[in-house]
Every structure is written in C-alpha cells, then in structure tokens.
Design a protein around this ligand. Structure first.
Ligand SMILES: NC(=O)c1ccc[n+]([C@@H]2O[C@H](COP(=O)([O-])OP(=O)(O)OC[C@H]3O[C@@H](n4cnc5c(N)ncnc54)[C@H](OP(=O)(O)O)[C@@H]3O)[C@@H](O)[C@H]2O)c1
Length: 313
C-alpha cells in the first residue's frame, strides 16, 4: 500500500480508502450477511488499507465496530458522518453531539478521527456555521473527534456550490468531494483551494453506478447525448469504451476510473465502496498501478472535461 499525508491533519492515510456506504454498503444493500461485510473490512486491513469511511445513515457502523474489535486503535483512521435532517427539519447542535455518542457506541471506540457533516447542501451552509460548527468544536475540545470534515451531496450539487464556500473557510480539516471521469469539475472549483489551504481530500463516486457496468455507461451516454453534452456521431459507446480499451493502458473501465482519480493533483484518498471481495482485491491492484499513460488521461479529459452537471450516480 502507498500512504499519503492527509493535508494538515498530518494523518498518514492509505491512498485507497474503504467506503462503507454508497450503493453497496459493504454488501448489505445486496443481501450479504454481516459476517461477509465484516470480512470485507478485515480484508481491507490485510491489504494495508487504514482508512475506513462510514456514516450514521449507512447502517454499517456496528459492522465496522465489530470487525475492528481487537485491532489496535492507532492502526486505522476512522471517518464517520452525522445525518443533518431529522423529522423533516435540520438537526440541532445538541442532536449532532448526541449522534456522535451513538456512533462511538456502534463503532466501539472513544473517538473518531474525522467527523463529517453528511451531504451538506448549499442552503444549509450558514446554519452549519452557526449551529453545527460550534458543536464540532466542542467535540474536538473533548477529544471525541480529532478533525472536522464536510461532505457534499454530489448527486444534487454536481457543481460543488457548497464546497466552493467550505474550502475558503478555515474550519474544515478534511472534505469529501465527488470526482470521476464523467465530472472532473472539482479540478477547477475545489482542488486549487484545498491545496492552498492544506485541506485533506477524500474522493467519492470514482466508479459509482455509471462506471460499474457497460449497461450503466450506455445509459449515462444516452443522457449525455440528450443533454447535448456529447455528440453521438463522434462518441458512440464503442468510441468511449476504446478510451479504456486494450490500447489505453487500462485493465478495465473501473481500473481507469480509480487510477484517474488517484493520480489527480490534489487528491489524497480515493474511496472504493464494495461488498464483493474480488472487487476489493482488483480495485486495490488498480489503485496501486502507476498513472494511466498521458495520452489516455488526455483523451479522458478531452472527452468529459467540459461536463459538470452529472454525478455518475
Ligand atoms: N455524500 C456523502 O457523504 C457520500 C456519498 C456517497 C458515497 N460516500 C462515501 O464514498 C464511498 C465511495 O463511494 P461509492 O461506494 O459510491 O464507491 P465507488 O467505489 O465509486 O463505487 C462503488 C460501486 O461500484 C461497484 N464496484 C466496485 N468495484 C467494482 C469493480 N471492480 N467492478 C464493477 N463494479 C464495482 C460497487 O458494487 P459491488 O459491491 O458489487 O462491488 C458499488 O456499487 C462510499 O462507500 C461512502 O463511504 C459518501
């Protein structure tokens, strides 16, 4: 495994992080048993992955907690998140703190390394500053969280409107941002500021749904043609697939997708979410391969670099 300094947190994080949410939720979304999901967490540790990302909303905190029992606490970085809505209203600072206490119990630990506001939307940002940031500051002082983070709701905010504000703010130690082949807009809107302010950067949506199968890619291309974001005459499914094909230096579409993210300037940890042990092993190999050949990266930038209105969900 390769490790990287996670911005000013000074944490040494593996370049690959295990995502315990997304469409898979460690396989819980597709009928895996808790034992099978816990085995994914342990397989990740065996592969040298020390970054584990979960959330109150995923239902995987208890599985992660059980899987990490008897693993020395200093040997992994635990990242979890607080849902921001409850009963059709935004939670209070006190509810955020109570949520952290529940997460600590589920995770069987006395602190989390990074505690995020989960899926913060642009219209919540002012409320976050007045209500949630002071609560996070208290939790930091109490030693219950080491660093504060914020994640965007990429599906609804694919242009990073919320993060464009957050990255200018001194409070956030770490952010989680959607970035992939199909929407590279964080390159201009987010990374210049995270680099300048030494903020840790976690990538979600590297593969997600649009890049996890040929059928889903084909469906996404239909959408891009309808929106006039790609020209079907020039960019048929076969043309697009050639960008990840045998001549591209990539082993597969997913291999290209993860390597493209890992080597983007400004990216620290690329999350991979799976409940499938073979996918975990294959994605681990991808993330440790060298960068894609320059011509392949250039082709992927020219194909999709102008798109900022989709997430790949
Ligand atoms: N707003 C937020 O805070 C937010 C939102 C989304 C995600 N996240 C975090 O980011 C993490 C990463 O996002 P993600 O889970 O969407 O991850 P991802 O790695 O981009 O995509 C995972 C999806 O692709 C499939 N997959 C993985 N490897 C594959 C392979 N080699 N071949 C074919 N399919 C493959 C997975 O299904 P299988 O189980 O079949 O492998 C899963 O459906 C999440 O787990 C979560 O921790 C945060």
């Amino acid at each position: 495994m390769d490790y990287v300094r996670l911005g000013r947190t000074e944490l040494k994080a593996s370049v690959m992080g295990l995502g315990c949410g997304g469409h898979s939720r460690l396989g819980q979304a597709t009928g895996k048993t808790e034992a099978e999901s816990a085995a994914i967490v342990r397989q990740a540790l065996d592969l040298g992955i020390n970054f584990i990302d979960t959330a109150e909303a995923y239902g995987t905190e208890p599985i992660v907690g059980r899987a990490l029992q008897n693993v020395p606490r200093h040997s992994y970085i635990l990242s979890t998140k607080k849902s921001l809505r409850q009963d059709d209203r935004w939670v209070t600072g006190a509810e955020l703190k109570a949520g952290l206490e529940r997460s600590l119990k589920q995770l069987q630990t006395d602190h989390v390394d990074i505690y995020h506001l989960h899926g913060l939307q642009p219209d919540q940002y002012d409320y976050a500053c007045s209500e949630w940031v002071p609560a996070l500051e208290d939790l930091k002082k109490q030693g219950k969280i080491r660093f504060s983070g914020v994640t965007e709701m990429f599906g609804r905010d694919p242009q990073h409107v919320m993060l464009e504000r957050a990255v200018q703010d001194p409070f956030w130690d770490v952010i989680m941002v959607g970035f992939n082949l199909l929407n590279q807009s964080a390159r201009q809107r987010v990374f210049p500021y995270t680099k300048a302010n030494d903020i840790g950067v976690l990538i979600m949506f590297a593969v997600r749904r649009a890049l996890n199968s040929r059928e889903n890619l084909a469906e996404m291309l239909q959408h891009l043609y309808a929106e006039r974001l790609l020209d079907p005459q020039q960019h048929s499914l076969e043309d697009v697939e050639a960008a990840f094909g045998p001549a591209s230096g990539a082993e597969s579409m997913q291999d290209a997708a993860y390597r493209f993210c890992r080597y983007e300037d400004g990216v620290h940890v690329t999350l991979s979410g799976t409940g499938n042990p073979e996918h975990l092993a294959v994605n681990h190999r991808s993330l440790l391969r060298p960068p894609l050949p320059e011509a392949t990266t250039a082709k992927l930038k020219s194909l999709f670099g102008h798109i900022d209105s989709i997430s790949g969900n």
